[in-house]
Structure formats: structure tokens, C-alpha cells
Design a protein around this ligand. Structure first.
Ligand code: NAP
Length: 257
């Protein structure tokens, strides 16, 4: 028996096989969940459909998280197919390329708006629609992905760090709002991993090397390790955990130098 048997989950943020959200999808499917995966725009549709075909019980739908109509359509389809939802994984993040290279002080009004909209507000937009479907199941679990750049300055992480700070704060406010309905809201703060999103950050390889040199475990983390922690938070083992930011970073966050 899997820990997510008979559960239905929505996973937003699969771009390719390196995506953290894809590792979580694989782990959730292995635990018995039925999944809805979304993709942003036609560019990624084929990729996501090919990946989804590797799992059973997966529905693939379009969802640009800046588009309320697309978000509504996803939840309407989940309601129609399943009549409820047990968990939501939010793995969408974006900042303009120029804002991940120039000094933070140069961030444009538009760049700030886009980063906060895609990377933080989208969790609120998704959680609001997920809540009534989760209530019908007697509760649920919402999980997002963040990074230590919310609290500390990493070279070129810039406006994404500010967006992650807003995201982590949103986790706490959502957990407070939705807790009485039995809905838990948490984040995993993952160590750096070479994914498509990470490729947009200038000097990312240097950040990886810093973790190898200084994290207590003297290594970086893999997407499958983040996924294992995600299964804990999504499933019954994490039933008393909410409003939490769980660091899955080989211990790097504890180091002072
Ligand atoms: P990824 O594979 O590139 O995933 C990011 C996803 O966000 C992509 O699927 C991307 O689609 C999607 N996205 C961007 N704008 C969107 C929009 N408007 N609507 C819907 N989806 C949108 O990279 P990842 O590293 O796995 O990132 C997943 C999450 O983990 C992100 O929140 C990231 O900040 C976080 N995280 C990553 C690391 C790391 O080192 N990799 C560490 C800690 C936390 P497109 O490709 O079409 O833009």
C-alpha cells in the first residue's frame, strides 16, 4: 500500500525531466496517487505529455499561473473528473533574465511585478481554488518550493529572493486561513539543483560549489531527495505539520561561514 493510495494531486511546474516537480510527480505516483500535471504554453506541452506517459493515472492540462481563466479551467476539470482534490504541489517560478544578472538595485517595476506574480501570488490563486475541493475530502495538503535566497543574499538571485520571501510568508498566512478546514500548507526549501529555472541564474555553478565545500554533508541535493521530503509533507506522516519551511539542503543553512 502506498501512502497516497486513492489520493488525487495537482502538480504545477513540470518543465522537463530535471524539474523538481517531476521528481515529486514520480514519487507521488509510486505512492499510489492519481495526478493532474500542468504545463505552461504549447512550448512545453509535448515534453510534459511524454513524461506523463511514463506514469499511470495522469491527466495533463494547460495552466499559465498568471491567467485566472486557465487556473479556473484546471480546477473545473479536476472537479468534473474527481469531485475533489487531496494535494497540490506548486513549483512555478519565474523572473526576467535581466533581473537575474544585473544588480538587484536595478530591478524594474515590471520585473518585480512579474517575479512576484508568477512565483508568489500564484500560490494564493491556486490555494483559493484548491480549498473547496480539499474540504470535500475532509482536508488536504499544499506544498510549494522555495530557496534560502529568501533570507540570505546569493549572487544574482536578486528579485527571486524577494519573491521567495513573499512566498514563504504566504505559506504561513495560507496555513492560518486554511488550517481550520484541515488543509495544511508547507514549503520545502531545497538546496541548489541544476534545472531549467536554475540555468537562468548567472553564476549558479559557483553556488553549487559553495554547497559542496561547506554544507555539513559536503554535497548538493538531488530532486529525488526533495521528492522524498515532499511525500512526507503531502501524506499522512506529515499530518501535524503546517506553516513550515522544511530545509532539504544537506544542512547548508546552518553554517555561519
Ligand atoms: P523548472 O524545472 O524550470 O521548473 C520551474 C517551472 O515553473 C517550469 O515548469 C516553468 O515553466 C514554470 N513556470 C514559469 N512561469 C510559469 C507560469 N507563468 N505558469 C506556469 N508555470 C510557470 O525548475 P525547478 O528548479 O524544478 O523549479 C521548481 C521550483 O523549485 C521553483 O519554485 C524554484 O524556484 C524552486 N527551487 C529550485 C531550486 C533549484 O536550485 N533548482 C532550489 C530551490 C527551490 P517554463 O519553463 O515554461 O517557464
Amino acid at each position: 500500500m502506498g501512502s497516497l493510495d486513492s489520493k488525487v494531486g495537482l502538480i504545477v511546474g513540470v518543465a522537463n525531466k530535471r524539474s523538481i516537480a517531476w521528481a515529486i510527480a514520480q514519487a507521488a505516483a509510486a505512492e499510489g496517487a492519481s495526478l493532474v500535471l500542468t504545463y505552461q504554453g504549447e512550448r512545453l506541452e509535448e515534453n510534459v505529455r511524454e513524461l506523463a506517459a511514463q506514469l499511470s493515472n495522469v491527466t495533463v492540462l494547460p495552466c499559465d499561473v498568471t491567467d485566472d481563466a486557465q487556473i479556473d479551467a484546471v480546477f473545473a476539470e479536476i472537479d468534473r473528473r474527481f469531485g475533489g482534490l487531496d494535494f497540490l504541489v506548486h513549483g512555478a517560478a519565474f523572473a526576467l533574465r535581466e533581473d537575474l544578472a544585473a544588480p538587484f538595485v536595478e530591478t524594474s517595476r515590471e520585473g518585480f511585478r512579474v517575479a512576484l506574480d508568477v512565483s508568489a501570488y500564484s500560490l494564493v490563486a491556486l490555494a483559493r481554488r484548491a480549498a473547496p475541493l480539499m474540504e470535500r475530502r475532509g482536508g488536504g495538503s499544499i506544498l510549494t518550493l522555495t530557496y534560502l535566497g529568501s533570507e540570505r543574499v546569493f549572487p544574482n538571485y536578486n528579485v527571486m529572493g524577494v519573491a521567495k520571501a513573499a512566498l514563504e510568508s504566504s505559506v504561513r498566512y495560507l496555513a492560518s486561513d486554511l488550517g481550520p478546514k484541515g488543509i495544511r500548507v508547507n514549503a520545502i526549501s531545497a538546496g541548489p539543483i541544476k534545472t531549467l529555472a536554475a540555468a537562468g541564474i548567472s553564476g549558479f555553478s559557483q553556488i553549487l560549489q559553495t554547497y559542496r565545500d561547506r554544507a555539513p554533508l559536503r554535497r548538493t541535493v538531488e530532486t529525488a531527495e526533495v521528492a522524498d521530503a515532499a511525500i512526507f509533507l503531502l501524506g499522512p506522516a506529515g499530518r501535524a505539520v503546517t506553516a513550515e519551511v522544511l530545509l532539504v539542503d544537506a544542512g547548508y543553512h546552518a553554517m555561519g561561514t
